[in-house]
Design a protein around this ligand. Structure first.
Ligand code: G4P
Length: 530
């Protein structure tokens, strides 16, 4: 199925040029799932790596443990969906919707070339959007803005632009401008052509919107005050020079803005056109050595997500790899940059919820799920030919700590396997503490919801009922063996070993105490970076 669309047309550079890999950043409830479905309606869905999950069962149950997300109405995992639209292959990577999952989200955002910031017109910039935007800013990711729910009463369009400019310092450059709002939302004026596009939801709203171009005179006559307001606002915009500028968009200092209503498919076509026409395709990627790997170099990619048990019938571990350069062909033997060992990609797949589809080839920007890839960890690079290694993915200092135990001694083996799995996926960090021993590892998390996911998965996938005892620490700092000795016996401080990399972490109840102790012990090496 995917092979037709992905068939090599004219070399790797051409294939890369027709790809757009992006994520939607938004606050829960702004309409991300609705938008994903609307995009899928407009485009031809080629495949899903992992799963896209809406609330309720719009997309069907994807795997058993994801039932938790569905109950809670939050998304705790990431996946990719591939569409084709106007000869372009679009990869939409899902970002976890919960504020706790900054670390996971951060990893997804290392794998995209652009982002769509989806705002609820009545709410403007919300906390989770701001956090995610900050990640985009740090990484220099170009951001497009879609102001959603224009079919409902919301803020004034100019006020929303002002909020974007004032609060996040991004210069908004609307590509379309709405005529009317809520029940009186008549359509948008394309600012580049000046053409008014009348938009109506299809009967029932489940189909593509009905669009029709209408002359200014007719529109003025029909829409009276709404038309007059829109044209006045447009004049103001002209005066402030809020025109799209490709260079500043790519430099992530301006953002093209669209208005619409995903639920009625209004403005969604314009978003796809924007992605095709203006969003950046995959480009040369910086390597750990500071060079740039061109997209048409030999194959290379990196793992940005690892997930086990996506489908209980398969019981396996999938490593999601973003391709950075070259042509990926299933079955090719590549090198694992970390170990130098060969890795066979026999089981490269696009994963469709309960079903799977083998993929035969893929290009820069695409996401490939490597099944049964237990040797692969988050951030690992794979390459063919000349060695290349991408920078390690950042991780965040944990701020929540809990001892995890099971009282069911017969389940201990499964308990241990489960803990190893969660560590491998980066769901939590696993620490070993001398005083508690192997039976009671300590879990460290950036946000407390990671603990819920961990215990839920231990139960659902490994049949282990685990209890958590929260520890009274809020800060972990890296130290060395000398530091471990210095801190031995210091009240309310504990040093533990991170299983993943044997790093020594000193845990403190708060920053104030950490600084106090550090100030009194100049020889103590402490580093809060993860
Ligand atoms: P999320 O993934 O960002 O969390 O949001 P989701 O798409 O689930 O949308 C949240 C709610 O907002 C849903 O309503 C959805 O129908 C509604 N919505 C999304 N886009 C639009 C839009 O353009 N206009 C309007 N008016 N509503 C929109 P719900 O009542 O929570 O769920 P449902 O029962 O309608 O699915």
């Amino acid at each position: 199925m995917s092979q037709n669309v992905l068939a090599p047309a004219s070399g790797v550079a051409a294939q890369a040029a027709r790809r757009r890999t992006f994520a939607v950043i938004s606050h829960p409830d702004a309409g991300k799932s609705t938008m994903t479905e609307a995009l899928a309606l407009h485009a031809r869905v080629i495949g899903k790596a992992g799963a896209v999950h809406g609330k309720g069962d719009r997309r069907g149950v994807v795997s058993d443990w994801m039932a938790m997300e569905q109950q809670r109405g939050i998304s705790v995992t990431s996946a990719a969906l591939q569409f084709s639209y106007r000869d372009t292959v679009i990869n939409l990577l899902d970002t976890p919707g919960h504020a706790d999952f900054s670390e996971d989200t951060y990893r997804v955002l290392t794998a995209v070339d652009s982002a769509v910031m989806l705002l609820d017109a009545a709410k403007g910039l919300e906390p989770q959007t701001l956090k995610l935007f900050e990640v985009c800013r740090q990484r220099g990711i170009p951001v497009m803005t879609f102001i959603n729910k224009w079919d409902r009463p919301g803020h004034d369009a100019l006020a929303l632009l002002d909020e974007i400019e004032q609060r996040i310092g991004l210069r908004p450059t609307p590509l379309t401008w709405p005529v009317g709002i809520a029940g009186q939302f008549h359509g948008v004026i394309d600012r580049r052509t000046g053409v008014f596009i009348r938009m109506q939801r299809s009967p029932g709203g489940a189909d593509l919107a009905i669009e029709e171009e209408m002359g200014a005179d007719e529109a003025a006559q029909r829409y009276g005050a709404d038309w007059a307001t829109a044209t006045e606002e447009l004049e103001l915009l002209e005066m402030t020079g809020a025109d799209h500028d490709q260079a500043t968009f790519l430099a992530a200092t301006s953002t093209p803005v669209l208005f619409g209503a995903a639920v009625a498919n209004l403005g969604v076509r314009q978003l796809l056109d924007l992605l095709v026409e203006l969003a950046p395709p995959p480009s040369a990627r910086p390597t750990a050595e500071g060079a740039d790997q061109p997209v048409d170099a030999e194959f290379s990619g990196f793992v940005f997500k690892v997930q086990a048990n996506m489908n209980r019938a398969h019981r396996d571990q999938v490593a999601f790899m973003r391709i950075c350069s070259g042509r990926f062909e299933r079955g090719m033997v590549v090198t694992h940059a970390g170990t130098g060992k060969p890795f066979t990609t026999k089981y490269a797949q696009q994963i469709f919820g309960q079903g799977r589809d083998t993929i035969d080839e893929a290009y820069p920007g695409d996401v490939v799920g490597l099944v049964n890839a237990t040797a692969l960890g988050i951030g690992d690079t794979l390459y063919a030919g000349a060695p290349v290694r991408y920078p390690a993915l950042p991780s965040f200092p944990p701020e929540h700590f809990a001892v995890v135990r099971t009282s069911d001694t017969s389940a201990f083996k499964r308990f241990r396997r489960g803990i190893e799995q969660l560590d491998a996926e980066g769901v939590v960090q696993v620490l070993r503490s001398e005083q508690r021993g192997d039976q009671a590892p300590v879990l460290a998390a950036v946000g407390p919801m990671q603990f819920e996911v961990a215990t839920y998965r231990l139960e659902a996938e490994f049949g282990v009922h685990a209890q958590l005892d929260h520890l009274p620490y809020q800060v972990a700092a890296r130290t060395d063996p000398a530091g471990q000795e210095i801190l031995r016996g210091v009240a309310s401080v504990e040093v533990m070993t991170r299983v993943r990399d044997d790093a020594l972490l000193a845990m403190f109840p708060d920053r104030w105490r950490m600084r106090f102790i550090a100030g009194r012990t100049p020889d103590l090496r402490l580093d809060v970076a993860p």
